[in-house]
Design a protein around this ligand. Structure first.
Ligand SMILES: [Ca+2]
Length: 378
């Protein structure tokens, strides 16, 4: 059995590591000016190693299971798989079915997975009457992975209608190939593509590096280590990324909806706000809006969503996130890209691997161990 290491924290292993109990509050939390919203986690389903989810057509919630199945959440829990690619992926290292997404019209469904060679793959299916049409499947984008960890894999459409794809730095530890800062590789990046604009896709003409012959035009932002989960604020369009740290600092990155892209989030010169090894801070470094160390708060950040639902008034506008190793659900209060407070919401989602936002803005918590819960008012 693989020994869990801090540098391979995110779904590095399926052996169920006991959560690191939260015993101390950070300075940030002590200074938090606002009362934490009162919430509970209501169990709604049990899945087999749920890894990702998405709001689906007709108010549905779709859940991806790491080994390769996709199931739809109903009143009685999860239905039978509506898609099964379990013969096409593996769950060694940090691999598997890692992300799912719909376009805005629910006309297409996308899956992000590592194939049998470990290559990151994004495939598209047409959707009709709320159902996947399997014979329409096509591959949109692939990226070879030098190591089995740090695959990223989250996919999501932005408010601009383009598909964003998060890819980690390729793996091992310490970014041995320097991919984070290199613009000639898709590794260690957030990509932005137009899957409907060409075969297999088009690069939006206003992407930040399209006129740089030495850079990949797909790149939207760089300097990322393992941007495991990212999202757009459904209210403002702002981008938030949870970038998993190497061994010391977990971070949340932010960009306003007005961003033209090109942000350098620093890895692997920087880990959070701190030089990594002998790193030099890049002149254009965009520091995280929030970071935390590993003295009690966890070891692998799981990015979530800005809450824009109706059920929990006190949580509106706050960024809800967690940590895979700790499981405590937390919230950032933010104003204009500055964090003004951090709350511990007082609930623990287990091995929190992902959040899902439904069509009404309510949030679900996925525990890799199987529990699917919804954040409800207490
Ligand atoms: Ca960073």
């Amino acid at each position: 059995m693989k020994v869990r290491t801090r540098s391979s924290a995110i779904i590095g292993t399926l052996c169920l590591v006991a959560s690191l109990a939260l015993t101390t509050a950070s300075a940030d939390e002590l200074a938090a000016p606002q009362q934490a919203a009162k919430v509970v986690l209501k169990d709604v389903a049990t899945a087999k190693n749920p890894s990702a989810g998405a709001a689906g057509p007709g108010g549905t919630v779709w859940i991806a299971e790491r080994a390769g199945t996709v199931r739809v959440l109903g009143d009685q829990g999860l239905g039978e798989p509506v898609l099964d690619i379990s013969g096409e992926t593996t769950t060694d290292g940090e691999r598997g079915l890692l992300g799912i997404a719909f376009d805005k019209e629910f006309a297409h469904f996308y899956i992000s997975f590592t194939n049998l060679e470990g290559t990151s793959t994004v495939d598209e299916f047409a959707v009709q009457d709320g159902k996947i049409k399997p014979d329409t499947r096509r591959t949109v984008l692939t990226q070879k992975q030098p190591y089995p960890n740090h695959n990223g894999g989250d996919i999501r459409f932005g408010p601009d209608g383009y598909l964003y794809i998060a890819l980690g730095d390729g793996g091992a530890g310490g970014d041995p190939h320097g991919n984070g800062q290199k613009l000639d590789t898709l590794l260690g990046k957030l990509l932005r593509i137009d899957p409907g604009g060409g075969k297999p896709y088009a690069i939006p003409p206003d992407n930040p590096f399209v006129n740089d012959p030495k850079a990949k035009g797909e790149i939207w932002a760089y300097g990322l280590r393992n941007p495991w989960r990212f999202s757009f604020d459904a209210g403002t369009g702002d981008l938030l990324i949870g970038d998993v740290g190497q061994s010391a600092w977990e971070e949340i990155d932010w960009a306003p909806a007005s961003s033209k892209g090109g942000e350098n989030y620093g890895w692997s010169q920087m880990e959070g706000n701190h030089p990594f090894r002998d790193g030099t801070e890049p002149a254009n470094h965009v520091p995280p809006v929030h970071e935390y160390d590993r003295n009690g708060l966890g070891c692998s950040v799981t990015g979530g969503y800005v809450y824009r639902g109706e059920a929990i008034a006190d949580l509106k506008g706050q960024y809800v996130f967690s940590d895979y190793c700790d499981g405590t659900v937390r919230a950032l209060q933010m104003e204009n890209g500055k964090v003004t407070g951090v709350s511990d919401l007082g609930v623990n989602g287990g091995e929190v691997i992902s959040f899902v936002q439904d069509g009404k803005g309510e949030l679900y918590v996925l525990d890799l161990g199987g529990r699917v819960s919804r954040i409800d008012p207490a």
